[in-house]
Design a protein around this ligand. Structure first.
Ligand SMILES: Nc1ncnc2c1ncn2[C@@H]1O[C@H](COP(=O)(O)OP(=O)(O)OP(=O)(O)O)[C@@H](O)[C@H]1O
Ligand SMILES: [Mg+2]
Length: 484
């Protein structure tokens, strides 16, 4: 440790106006910003949270009110300080916070005026406002004791609670005219997205009736990514990892044919069926990541019914690289193999369900022997696709020896989807031509070809090098010794 008394020092405080711009650039959307404010309400034990707004063009405001434990004047000031808590501090097990930043960063990402009015039981409300223009002009981090008029009585009938108010929403409504119909439509669409986002992020709190979210006087219905109550949803056994600190549970959602049009539409979520597949990571039951294979697999159509829940506690944030916005989580390296293995089994089942429609049809005509062009075969543990010699068309073509038509049929029916699925499921199972089978036919073909080349005047060496450049003979260079 240095002996600090020996050195000259110089103040180098962050410059407020540039620091503000940094805070504003963390990358929140309106949806993630509102969710971050609601995290605080839930951590403060709120049972009811009201999200309200009023369209007034550039003067539009938005507020989030809760009936949680509230804050005293000093507590508000502390809460409004950027970095009000140390991220390394241990938190109560239900706390949704981590960085001591969310209230400020989420708010500043959307507005230039953040007001907080709050009261604890048996006290009168206190309020403080961050006005970014004032900070910028005065070059100092000073709050002002200001509250927009219409919020004077907002906590009147409540024993305790807090209201967060956003004014001067420059990222959303800057310079917009109240009578601009187009702008209003766009704004309402944004707000509808906020509602959907909250229904998803907090669905477990809403489902278990711990919290009510009231959006412009209407309760938000939860959006359950797993359709848990649907009888056709397949639920995998829970896998506890790290001594039960983390819990993983897979779901395969029902095939489209088992869902009503409406349920199918709702379950596709905000991003659509394909995009919504993957892991759903929850921290203290609050959703951080909604549908992401975390770099383990690509999102593909035939896996779209697979959704896997991961539950984390709030004391593994560093290992899982949780970010300020609570929208990123990455598993530690030591867990990826286990998570991947679990996901593979859920994904395999999801493919089965995805193909269900075809299977039903097959079952309907079960007494008629189905004759595919391609057969999937396993030889000595390796997978091969064989042309079905009993297929009526193939049989008759073999007999009539119209080889061109036969080749055409084969080309047209290569089972690409099946091969793709198998290849991405278990690439190590994919066999090479003639692998693990009787290789005499290859040898025989190679010999015939060799003799033909020699008869046509090629040297031994030329003939061999031509043969070893032909598929699949190239895979059997060791047979060259049998060629002369
Ligand atoms: N609605 C609220 N009711 C009561 N206290 C609140 C409320 N909102 C914020 N606070 C207090 O203000 C503090 C700072 O909130 P802020 O969101 O900035 O950080 P955090 O929640 O601690 O961590 P994170 O940056 O991860 O969100 C909280 O820890 C809490 O003590
Ligand atoms: Mg917070």
């Amino acid at each position: 440790m240095l002996d600090y008394s020996k050195y000259q020092i110089a103040a180098a405080d962050p410059e407020p106006s540039s620091m503000i711009e940094t805070f504003r650039a963390i990358g929140y959307s309106l949806q993630t910003a509102v969710a971050d404010i609601i995290d605080n309400s839930i951590s403060a034990n709120a049972k009811n949270i009201w999200i309200d707004f009023e369209w007034k063009g550039a003067a539009t405001w938005l507020s989030i009110k809760d009936d949680g434990i509230g804050m005293s004047s000093d507590q508000i000031i502390q809460a409004m300080r950027p970095g009000s808590k140390n991220p390394n501090e241990e938190r109560s097990v239900k706390d949704l916070g981590r960085f001591g930043l969310g209230l400020k960063t989420a708010s500043f990402s959307q507005c230039r005026k953040l007001s907080v009015v709050s009261k604890r039981t048996d006290t009168t409300p206190s309020f403080w406002t961050w006005d970014l223009d004032f900070v910028k002009d005065s070059h100092a981090w000073n709050l002002i004791q200001y509250l927009p008029d219409q919020f004077n009585n907002s906590l009147k009938d409540m024993p305790s609670g807090t209201v967060i108010i956003w004014n001067d929403l420059d990222r959303l409504v800057k310079n917009l005219n109240e009578n601009d119909k187009n702008a209003l439509d766009k704004f309402m669409k944004e707000m509808d997205d906020v509602k959907k986002h909250l229904a998803m992020v907090f669905h477990r709190f809403i489902e278990s009736k711990r919290v009510k979210l009231i959006f412009q006087n209407r309760e938000i219905e939860p959006w359950d990514p797993f359709l848990i109550d649907h009888s056709a949803t397949q639920k995998f056994p829970e896998d506890p990892l790290l001594n039960n600190k983390i819990r993983v549970r897979g779901f395969v959602l029902p095939h489209k044919s088992k869902l009503t049009e409406q349920v199918f539409e709702v379950a596709k979520g905000t991003k659509g069926w394909n995009a919504q597949q993957g892991f759903y990571i929850y921290r203290n039951e609050r959703l951080l990541v909604a549908g992401d294979w975390l770099g383990m697999f690509r999102k593909e159509e035939h896996y779209k019914l697979a959704r896997i829940q991961i539950d984390l506690p709030n004391n593994m944030d560093a290992e899982w690289q949780i970010d300020i916005k609570k929208s990123i989580a990455r598993p530690p390296f030591s867990l990826t193999d286990q998570l991947k293995a679990y996901a593979v089994s859920v994904r395999n089942q999801a493919v089965e369900v995805y193909r269900h429609k075809g299977k039903i049809l097959q079952r309907k005509f079960a007494n008629v022997q189905f004759q595919p062009v391609w057969l999937e075969k396993i030889r000595h543990g390796k997978r091969f696709f064989e042309v079905n010699r009993e297929h009526p068309v193939i049989q008759s073509l073999i007999n009539s020896s119209d080889i061109n038509q036969l080749l055409r049929l084969i080309e047209e029916t290569v089972p690409v989807p099946l091969i793709t699925i198998r290849e991405s499921e278990q690439p190590e199972l994919q066999g090479q031509p003639f692998e693990e089978s009787d290789q005499e036919p290859v040898k025989k073909l190679m010999k015939e070809m060799y003799h033909q080349l020699i008869t046509n005047g090629r040297s031994d060496e030329q003939a061999k090098s031509i043969i070893l450049n032909i598929e699949p003979f190239n895979l059997y260079p060791h047979f060259a010794e049998y060629l002369n």
